[in-house]
Ligand binder design. Structure first.
Ligand code: TYD
Length: 136
């Protein structure tokens, strides 16, 4: 069977340190946790529950998405298959490779979506037209 972009979508567990004195948890991301060098960090917050974000794919950009707080859903589509993933844990992130269309919705109240990105912001890297995406 041919290798698809969706095969490279992965949930990655982020290391978690549980404080022995009951002072909470600490997670960290450094080399080897995600398979790219982080060039940019951004986050979505105050997203209304009926709003959706994303609605694009990327030519070069890889992303790692974490629900730092609350929850939201990510619809992924590589033009051949689709899947929906709920993110609701600060120590589990979603790796989105290149060539995958994404839409984020169903944000819970207070949800914070942290995105680690492999490239700096570049509008030229976006494919915002779904029809064009399926023709690439
Ligand atoms: P966009 O990536 O379309 O948001 P989302 O996919 O989360 O719905 O970006 C929204 C706007 O913010 C757009 O005008 C570009 C701008 N933007 C930046 O200037 N820098 C960034 O790092 C990002 C992610 C977006």
């Amino acid at each position: 069977m041919k290798n698809t972009h969706m095969d490279n979508v992965r949930i990655i567990e982020i290391p978690k340190i549980i404080d022995e004195q009951g002072r909470g948890k600490l997670s960290f991301i450094e080399k080897d946790v995600i398979p790219f060098k982080i060039k940019r960090v951004y986050y979505l917050y105050d997203v209304p529950s009926d709003a959706y974000r994303g609605g694009h794919a990327h030519k070069k950009l890889k992303q790692f998405i974490i629900a730092l707080s609350g929850s939201f859903e990510v619809l992924l589509d590589d033009g051949e298959s689709k899947q929906k993933i709920m993110l609701n844990k600060p120590n589990k992130g979603l790796l989105i490779p290149t060539g995958v269309w994404r839409e984020l919705d169903n944000f819970s109240s207070g949800a914070v979506c942290l995105v680690l990105a492999s490239e700096e912001y570049d509008e030229e890297d976006y494919i915002r037209d779904y029809k064009q995406f399926t023709q690439v």
